[in-house]
Design a protein around this ligand. Structure first.
Ligand code: NAD
Length: 494
């Protein structure tokens, strides 16, 4: 199971196995499921449908590996991350082809950049772990010397979504590897071929047996078993609010890093550079077909420029070429699954019922191999009681809601249930900072797309919102994935 498997759109007869304790094996009860291409609807692989028994085996393997792995010198753990980065780059064409076929994002424009970004994630972890400093702390007692060290937490359950199937797992696996944790990784079923392809790279890079374990299957079965397992010490989860809340409950008492949903907003004042704002909104709303937690899913626009901004974004939407992910001319791929398309239908119908106007798009593109091809959609006049104003749509949509003064913006920012990422467009720096400081979102971009992020920047939900707990990104994740231990030494005892 170490050879790279071709991803040519043909059905893969050999089932992709679970990776537990360094060996590839079928699931305990031998059940499998089929990976289906979102762009063609055809079967592209067969995967193991793992069980709680498989998760238990993976946790035992991770526990057994932890004792040795945590003692591996930091420089050696960093070298493993470096080798993974190198192998990802050497195999980028293969990995990108798997991501594009399995997830649906355009091969050249999005899948390849995602894979390259993942290599950066492993490089960053290798670099950051060498700067994961403790402290020496002055104390009152003259005989004592006190310092802190950061130590791995132990066995992690990592549960990841399908929208960035190589990059989001990397946000956890790379810092886990660097800091000496071991992992049971549960990927989303609809992008589990990507997970197997990445695990093959980890194996080839020399990740010791049991340090990372991959169990595919239904999240409600294997994900649940992993996060609730009594011998799992900590949980890393990226996904929806509903699942995140469930996991927070099931993993109560364990360290938790939860990266959940978001829906903006992007705020545009009348003095903004409208061309740049429109480009940023189109990029943030239509990249990855809008399946990004920090997408511009709510655009609050000063009423006097709503029509102009709407027209600019609609023109950019119409320039997007919706097509097969492997086609080099495609700039918008299909959605990953029917659920997102169905939710888009519901949200748009509800907004239109309440008075919103569709400038472009508004439904599924006809005559495509599957129903996942969704037209990039721009709406104006979306009222604040529309479902899509409050909930995450997660599709290619830029809905504009007018406002009349900054007080309305500040009020809206405070009352929103999500708090992940926002953007503000204005040439007035004082106003931009007032908005940035008032937003409850973990990140705010001034005069840029709400999706702007580099892997080493802190990213996560604001406290009291539904968007999660903790910060992912670079050194912050390494800190989050380690326990701070205080060691006190009394000099008189020597
Ligand atoms: P999801 O919550 O449906 O699934 C996420 C993962 O959880 C999948 O692997 C799934 O199999 C698993 N799962 C499902 N039920 C489970 C259960 N009962 N116990 C344990 N695991 C379970 O989310 P999704 O649809 O795969 O992903 C999209 C969501 O992820 C969106 O809400 C998006 O905003 C969010 N997201 C957040 C970030 C971030 O950094 N904050 C990044 C990307 C995506």
């Amino acid at each position: 199971m170490t050879s790279r498997t071709a991803m040519n759109g043909q059905e893969e007869p050999r089932p992709k196995h679970l990776w537990i304790g360094g060996s590839w094996r079928s699931g305990a009860d031998g059940q499998t499921f089929t990976a289906t291409s979102p762009s063609t609807g055809r079967a592209i692989g067969t995967l193991q449908r793992g069980t709680a028994e498989d998760v238990d085996a993976a946790v035992r393997a991770a526990r057994a590996a932890f004792n040795d792995y945590r003692l591996l010198p930091v420089w050696e753990r960093a070298a493993i991350c470096e080798r993974i980065a190198q192998l990802i780059l050497e195999n980028e064409a293969h990995l990108a082809a798997v991501v594009s076929a399995d997830q649906g994002k355009p091969l050249h424009r999005e899948a390849l950049p995602e894979v390259r970004k993942a290599a950066t994630g492993y490089r960053n972890a290798a670099a950051h772990v060498k700067h994961l400093y403790g402290q020496t702390i002055p104390v009152e007692d003259p005989h004592k010397r006190v310092s802190t060290v950061r130590q791995p937490r132990g066995v992690y359950a990592v549960v990841t979504p399908w929208n960035a199937p190589v990059n989001i797992p990397t946000e956890y696996l790379a810092p886990a590897l660097a800091t000496g944790n071991t992992v049971v990784w549960i990927p989303a079923p609809s992008t589990s071929l990507c997970a197997v392809a990445l695990a093959e790279i980890l194996e080839e890079a020399g990740v010791p047996p049991g340090v990372i374990n991959l169990v595919t299957g239904e999240g409600s079965v294997v994900g649940d078993a992993a996060v609730a397992h009594p011998d799992v010490d900590a949980v890393g989860f990226t996904g929806s609010v509903t699942t995140g809340r469930h996991i927070a409950h099931r993993a109560a008492g364990k360290a938790q890093l939860l990266e959940l949903g978001g829906n903006g907003p992007t705020i545009v004042f009348a003095d903004a550079n409208l061309e740049l704002a429109a480009e940023a909104i189109a990029a943030a709303s239509f990249t990855n077909a809008g399946q990004i937690c920090s997408a511009s899913e709510v655009v609050l626009v000063e009423r006097s420029i709503q029509a102009e901004l709407g027209a600019l974004v609609a023109a950019l939407a119409q320039e997007r070429r919706l097509g097969a992910p492997e086609d080099p001319g495609t700039s918008l791929g299909p959605l990953n699954n029917h659920d997102v398309a169905d939710k888009m239908d519901r949200h748009i119908a509800d907004a239109v019922d309440l008075g919103a106007r569709v400038l472009t798009g508004g439904g599924r593109a006809p005559g495509r191999p599957t129903e996942n091809y969704y037209e990039p959609t721009v709406l104006t006049g979306v009222p604040r009681d529309a479902t899509l104003f409050a909930e995450e749509s997660f599709g290619p949509i830029a809905p504009l809601t007018p406002f009349d003064d900054i007080a309305e913006v500040l009020e809206a920012l405070q009352s929103r249930q999500f708090g992940l990422a926002s953007a503000v467009w204005t040439r007035n720096m004082g106003r931009a900072m007032r908005v940035a400081e008032a937003a409850r979102t973990g990140t705010v971009v001034i005069n840029g797309p709400s999706t702007y992020w580099e892997l080493h920047l802190p990213f996560g939900g604001g406290s009291g919102t539904s968007s999660g707990l903790g910060r992912i990104g670079g050194l912050q994740t390494l800190e989050a994935m380690t326990d701070l231990k205080t060691i006190s030494v009394d000099l008189r005892g020597f």
